[in-house]
Ligand binder design. Structure first.
Ligand code: BGC
Length: 743
């Protein structure tokens, strides 16, 4: 009998925390230092095979986790080696970036955010977890809840956009979807809230760049989604690559120890980002791998992803008294605790038979539903949409993204496969009546192409048609990690294409697929309608065609402001008022200045001279095919006491002829406070269904916590005083009331 077989760490299915802690302590007692260090190391899988190096590492207890292996037979073999051939038989965490679907690809996270629908996002994550778990994955590096206010940053695609509340609600929904009610469930996987913290504030939207965020802004804007994920029980967090106020997150003791462990009492596991501990030497924060491991371990990064500074240096750090065994045990304990919670000691293997088929109809239907709810109708002049197929004899379908099953999937689709994609062209051909002739012209080989060679065919197609549907935007590779842009107009010759099609006089519907909010000012007047579809995933075609053909109404809302010009960045709705706020009465465009105007004669307010101060489309904005209004905004009290709940109600009317969903949003402004507060802050939202010619009452409740913020002393407080409150279906809603909170 091997030593391994004498140890038995099987548990009942749902051991309580105390039992798990006891088991962890027992296991730690039996572990050698090398085995403890091994648990802290995450190695790369071989994508389909097991290298001798990895096999030996696992046998010797030197690997706690493997990432990027999704062949279930290989994963089961990895687990078998860990369980049967290592001394203590500790199973492995198998990590994978399941970001917006595993095989069934859902819309990008930024698109999911546009649904403003936590239940739908949760369902997407549940399906993704089920599919990933069927291949042996038990840990995803998602959700990404980095506040993202810079459309140049490629990773805005992976984010839930600019708002703390939306990020918090959708981050929690994803965590709940991945983890289910019980991590021990056979198809639950551990979630990972990333990137802790401030990665989205990379200077100039250039990936991996420095982030400088004052502590007050960090606490009021960037930390709340992570706190919410923690409170929802997220199993793991990932340290950001970036340098936060001079201290890279992977070695940031203030962040990882004081905020995360002490203030929040987070008990879960923290993983580094890819190579980010070694990169402390590249940042100029550590002068050697030894120093990098020292900084990261003392910050409390439990597991090192890919780089090997822990493997090489933790023992030396202990003997040099730079680190204590108590610290090491705490870090290893965090890792082991997760393995117990995932029930891996009882069930290290994956039985594919227990799972539903990958990419089954139910999963595809959910993906299609998410496409319908995440596309945002930005413009619809003269009711260009929905199309009226009976009246259309000829339709032109133009553009490089109309029939490209790969590009519609978007970034981070390691396990996605375009063979499951249904493209817009395929769906339209399927859905349109037989009499409608479809004239297809790709026009450009890619979204980046500058060649106008294909334009003549496209112009001809438009000339022959009653309407031209243009599928333009950005191909997948133009957003995502390390794919940032300074110019966020439609790339290549796409604007020129729009101009030429517009010159035919055929009305244009622009369907934009992109991983970021692009600048649309140059072309907005050339097109009749814009449906912003982001990268919608496997079911782009059916979902978009449902919307274009009016089978359902668009109801997505922008999770991020659309700037008029990239020079406005960062521009977000929750900006501060400033001492000289811009307004229409004090804004003068430079084209309208008299020559030699005296220096102080033109407004002196927080504007640019060459661009209006508002966004092209504000946060929370999105049209439907109907006509939605809010009225009768009522509060139960206008002078609430501090501990009193404020009940808000509003009547929402669908005055149009179309059934639709809409997202009703509640914003507040705290007029005077110890630190300046945003001009508007989203405090609640509800997606509601509104049959045509109907009205419903929508209710919200606000408590003291909802009105709180961090003050100059970094204390979370709610201050008495006056507040404005708005309700509507966009952040520029005008239906307003006010209340005065009593001390
Ligand atoms: C990314 C993480 C990701 C990790 C593992 C890194 O480059 O920043 O978000 O989870 O790679 O693939």
């Amino acid at each position: 009998m091997t030593q391994q077989q004498e140890c038995n760490f099987s548990t009942t299915i749902n051991p309580d925390d105390a039992t798990i802690d006891r088991l962890v302590a027992q296991l730690l007692e039996q572990m050698s230092l090398d085995e403890k260090i091994g648990q802290m190391c995450q190695s790369q899988g071989g994508e389909g095979h097991i290298s001798e190096h990895l096999r030996m590492g696992i046998q010797q207890g030197q690997v706690g986790s493997v990432l990027n292996e999704t062949n279930v037979d290989v994963v089961n073999e990895l687990q078998r080696i860990a369980v049967e051939e290592s001394r203590l038989g500790i199973p492995l965490l198998i990590g994978r970036d399941v970001i917006h679907g595993f095989k069934t690809i859902f819309p990008l996270p930024i698109a999911q955010a546009a649904s403003f629908d936590p239940e739908l996002v949760k369902l997407g994550a549940r399906i993704s977890a089920h599919e990933a778990a069927s291949c042996g994955v038990n840990w995803t590096f998602s959700p990404m809840i980095d506040i993202s206010r810079d459309p140049r940053w490629g990773r805005i695609a992976e984010s839930f956009g600019e708002d703390p509340l939306l990020n918090a609600k959708l981050g929690v929904a994803m965590v709940q979807g991945y983890q289910s009610d019980n991590l021990a469930q056979f198809d639950a996987i551990a979630a990972c809230a990333k990137h802790f913290v401030g990665y989205g504030a990379s200077e100039s939207g250039r990936d991996y760049n420095t982030a400088n965020i004052p502590e007050n802004e960090l606490r009021n804007v960037y930390l709340p989604p992570f706190k919410a994920a923690h409170e929802a029980g997220v199993a793991t967090m990932m340290a950001s690559f970036s340098d936060l106020n001079g201290v890279p997150a992977s070695g940031n003791q203030w962040l990882m120890q004081q905020v995360l462990r002490e203030e929040w009492q987070y008990q879960g596991m923290v993983v580094s980002d890819w190579d980010s501990i070694f990169q402390l030497t590249v940042h100029g924060f550590a002068d050697s791998a030894y120093a990098a491991a020292n900084a990261a371990a003392n910050a409390g990064i439990d597991m090192e992803m890919v780089s090997t500074t822990y493997h090489e240096n933790i023992a030396q750090l202990l003997s040099d008294n730079q680190l204590t065994m108590t610290q090491v045990d705490a870090m290893v304990g965090n890792i082991l605790r997760l393995k117990f919670k995932l029930n891996l000691f009882n069930q290290p293997y994956t039985e594919p038979k227990k799972f539903k088929a990958l990419v089954n109809q139910q999963h595809l239907d959910a993906a299609r539903d998410m496409v319908r709810k995440s596309c945002v109708l930005l413009k619809n002049a003269q009711q260009t949409l929905p199309l009226k197929p009976d009246e259309l004899n000829d339709i032109a379908v133009i553009g490089p993204l109309a029939d490209d099953g790969y590009e519609q999937l978007g970034t981070w689709i390691f396990d996605g496969d375009e063979k499951h994609s249904v493209t817009p062209l395929a769906a339209l051909k399927h859905e349109l009546p037989e009499h409608t002739k479809v004239h297809v012209a790709r026009a450009l080989s890619t979204s980046r192409s500058n060649s106008e060679e294909g334009f003549a065919d496209a112009v001809k197609a438009a000339q022959q048609s009653d309407i031209a549907l243009l599928f333009l935007g950005e191909e997948s590779i133009l957003s995502g990690e390390a794919h940032c842009r300074t110019n966020i107009d439609l790339p290549g010759a796409q604007e020129a294409l729009i101009n030429q099609i517009a010159a035919t006089g055929t009305p244009i519907v622009l369907v934009t697929m992109a991983g970021r909010p692009l600048t649309l000012s140059n072309i907005i007047d050339k097109v009749g309608a814009i449906l912003y579809a982001w990268h919608p995933g496997s079911m782009a075609g059916p979902g978009i065609s449902d919307l274009l053909l009016g089978k359902c109404s668009p109801s997505g809302k922008l999770p991020v402001s659309f700037v008029r010009h990239v020079g406005q960045v960062p521009l977000y709705y929750a900006q501060k008022h400033t001492g000289k706020p811009a307004s229409d009465s004090n804004f003068v465009h430079m084209d309208d200045f008299p020559v030699r105007a005296p220096q102080t004669s033109m407004g002196m307010s927080a504007t640019h001279l060459d661009c209006h101060f508002t966004p092209l489309f504000p946060f929370g904005f999105g049209l439907t095919y109907s006509n939605i209004h809010c009225r009768k905004l009522q509060l139960n009290t206008h002078t609430p006491a501090m501990d009193e709940t404020i009940y808000v109600s509003v009547e929402v009317m669908n005055e149009g002829d179309v059934d639709t969903d809409d997202v009703i949003q509640l914003y507040i402004r705290d007029l005077v406070a110890n630190v300046t507060r945003p001009v508007k802050e989203l405090k609640a939202f509800k997606r509601v269904h509104l049959p045509k010619h109907s009205s419903i009452e929508v209710k919200f409740a606000l408590t003291k916590d909802d009105l709180s913020f961090y003050n100059q002393r970094m204390q979370q407080v709610t201050e008495p005083g006056k507040f404005h409150l708005w309700v509507g279906n966009s952040s520029d809603c005008q239906l307003q009331t006010e209340f005065e909170l009593r001390a």
